[in-house]
Design a protein around this ligand. Sequence first.
Ligand SMILES: [Zn+2]
Length: 115
Amino acid sequence: MDNSAFGSAPASEPSVARLIVAIMTTDSTGPDPARPPIEGWPDLLTVALGLSTVEVRELCRFLTGALAARACAGLFREIGRWAGMRGSPPDPLERGLRALGARCDCEALEVLARG
Ligand SMILES: [Zn+2]
């Protein structure tokens, strides 16, 4: 497969997915560490959500903190808050997350941390 369109990082660099997993595993609600990583997931995330890898990481951190302070409301409440802080509408991001199988903030965090 040709990955050049995604600008893949050299194999020696730690992948965003690994960094996110490192962040997530400090939290008891983190993903199952036994789950095998999905190849290319960070690239897919940035394309599906229209965010840079740095923004995906920021959103992941924000959601981790927000969901530690407030239980998930079963909505994209924190996603909307994060988009609002950046001055962008929540809809393209929410649509991307729904397309990836998330229906609320805690599922969005699972989607972001997969890979
Ligand atoms: Zn939830």
